[in-house]
Design a binder for this molecule. Structure first.
Ligand code: CAA
Length: 257
């Protein structure tokens, strides 16, 4: 039942996930979050996975936040459990071994912005609206926003957004580094198609290694992180991909990964 709220399309290991609750602007209730977690557990186990795209159904909204109607009468214990379920699920998305791209088509608020912050890439339509408006509802961000937002845009801008609750447009989101690219809705699909073709066409183990080096290294001091990079770099030479990639260069042909 809950899986129907998450649509999955697979094109040769490039998986597109669509949060499918447009009547509530794809707000994250516990059923949507459970459906997303089920799909992510499936994806974690796939060796053929090359990239993941996540978006919201319809052209109006990526995700307009956690479900306010569901949260309204929660006790502190229920709120803790709800946030825990979401945090665990968002962490699964973040730690998928392949690049994860948020395709932000409209409202990206509260829990939606927190979901996008866990993605490696965010590509936004020019009508997208971002924000952490929780303080306007008498709460603080609970799906990771107070922690991932300052890590992405710096503490000053994060504090601006989480304490005012103000909404920003796609251009401002681009200027503060919250998203990688902004374009019209009409251009979005072609761009994302090209991006995933590019990600899917590169050496899959190298792409996974590059993501692992950046993610794991960010939590370490520089010397430890550089040692991690060296280990992962050396590991590339233990597989066939490096031979194929470098042979193809020398032989002036395209590599076949
Ligand atoms: N939760 C539940 N339902 C939501 C929702 C949300 N976050 N956002 C929108 N909806 C529902 C509306 O209730 C409405 O349902 P009905 O048709 O049954 O009334 C439907 O989606 C369409 O929404 P609107 O009629 O409000 O659409 P609009 O175009 O006039 O406004 C909007 C769009 C500005 C995004 C507005 O819906 C809005 O402000 N939504 C709430 C945004 C928000 O505050 N998000 C943060 C939530 S708290 C959070 O996420 C906490 C956390 O960190 C864990």
């Amino acid at each position: 039942m809950s899986e129907q709220l998450i649509e999955m399309q697979d094109n040769a290991g490039v998986v597109r996930l669509t949060i499918n609750r447009p009547q509530a602007l794809n707000a994250l209730n516990s059923e949507v979050i459970a459906g997303l977690e089920t799909v992510l557990v499936e994806l974690e186990a796939r060796d053929d996975l090359r990239a993941v795209l996540i978006t919201g159904a319809g052209e109006k909204s990526f995700v307009a936040g956690a479900d306010i109607a569901e949260m309204k009468d929660q006790t502190p214990e229920q709120a803790r459990a709800f946030a825990g379920q979401a945090l665990r699920t968002i962490k699964r998305l973040e730690t998928l071994p392949v690049p994860v791209v948020a395709l932000v088509n409209g409202f990206c608020l509260g829990g939606g912005c927190e979901l996008a912050l866990a993605c490696d890439w965010a590509v936004a339509s020019d009508n997208a609206v971002f924000g952490q408006p929780e303080v306007l509802l008498g709460v603080i961000p609970g799906f990771g926003g107070t922690q991932r937002l300052p890590r992405r845009v710096g503490p000053a801008m994060a504090l601006d957004l989480v304490t005012t609750g103000r909404k920003i447009d796609a251009q401002e989101a681009l200027s503060i580094g919250l998203v990688n690219r902004v374009m019209s809705q009409a251009e979005l699909e072609d761009y994302v198609g090209e991006l995933t073709r590019q990600l899917g066409g590169n050496g899959p183990q190298a792409v996974r290694g590059a993501k692992q080096a950046v993610h794991d290294g960010m939590d370490q001091d520089l010397d430890s992180a550089l040692a991690l990079e060296t280990s992962l770099f050396a590991l590339c030479f233990a597989g066939e991909e490096q031979q194929e990639g470098m042979s193809a260069f020398v032989e002036k042909r395209k590599p076949n990964f």
